[in-house]
Design a protein around this ligand. Structure first.
Ligand code: KIV
Length: 284
């Protein structure tokens, strides 16, 4: 029996000094492959809006869209912790909305939810934790707020901003999160937050001192032709897919596909009967 990773295991990993490694995934096979290599946590991120749907931001992503992809990831039955991302407007309007929507993710098989925001969302975090829903925080760059923060800028470059990030991290821990993503933030700020917190920090573009790392699946495998500066590409999946499809197209056009091993025939006897029947009905 595989030992499922649960939210409290992330805290144990921090205590043991073991790096927590996460990746986003949105489909059954993405989750399978991530789990097979031993990834600790899978985030069904609202980044799906950009890498799956082709939106230019995460703002149009709906609760139903994330739920759909949570179901696909859950079907892979990963050992990895499954975190469902709360998309824009699924938790801002009211605490009851937040609890209902997050609860629906748990009912679909997610192990936890993630919310963007700092001190301003601690009332929502408290309500979710009270309802038995494990919450991952997300501070630093919050892509759902890019319109009010002036774009996808590096956070924590200035001392006041850095201080605000530390205060948000502490407030989220106090509210009950089991871990916090820190995105696109000056490395010293992430290091300080990591030192101050008991719960683990999971970084994306926030330097090497966090308790864990996360990247977007498409950036890791090279399916996104314009990845952010902080992602490292480990394959050229775009090129690989393109080459495979171009070869398929060529083979069909030039009569090489399907080949003799790629289709089945009826027996000679059944073929004889078939043509006999067609003739009798005047169809041949
Ligand atoms: O949606 C997402 O993929 C995320 C990661 C960038 C952490 O929130």
């Amino acid at each position: 029996m595989i030992q499922k990773i649960l939210p409290h295991d992330f805290i144990k990993m921090k205590k043991a000094g073991k790096k927590i490694i996460m990746v986003t995934a949105y489909t059954y096979y993405q989750a399978k492959v991530a789990d097979e290599v031993g990834i600790d946590g899978i985030l069904v991120g609202d980044s799906l809006g950009m890498v799956i749907m082709g939106y230019t931001s995460t703002l149009p992503v709906t609760f139903e869209e994330v739920l759909h992809h949570v179901r696909a990831v859950v079907n892979a039955k990963p050992k990895a912790l499954i975190v469902a991302d709360m998309p824009f407007l699924s938790y801002e309007v009211s605490t009851s909305d937040a609890v209902r929507n997050a609860g629906m993710f748990l009912k679909a098989g997610a192990d936890a939810v993630k919310l963007e925001g700092g001190s301003e969302i601690t009332n929502k975090v408290e309500a979710l934790v009270k309802a038995g829903i494990p919450v991952m925080g997300h501070i630093g760059l919050n892509p759902q707020r890019y319109l009010v923060t002036g774009g996808y800028k590096l956070r924590g470059k200035k001392a006041e901003d850095a201080l605000q990030i530390v205060e948000s991290a502490r407030a989220l821990q106090e509210a009950g999160v089991f871990s916090i993503v820190i995105e696109n933030t000056a490395a010293q700020v992430a290091e300080e937050v990591t030192k101050q917190l008991k719960v683990p920090t999971i970084c994306i573009g926030a330097g090497p001192s966090c308790d864990g790392q996360i990247l977007v699946f498409h950036d890791v495998v090279g399916l996104n032709p314009s990845p952010p500066y902080f992602a490292r590409q480990y394959a050229d999946a775009y090129g690989l897919f393109k080459n495979a499809l171009a070869n398929y197209l060529k083979d069909v056009k030039e009569g090489r596909f399907p080949g003799s091993m790629e289709f089945k025939m009826m027996s000679d006897e059944e073929e004889r009967k078939f043509y006999e029947m067609l003739r009798r009905r005047g169809l041949a």
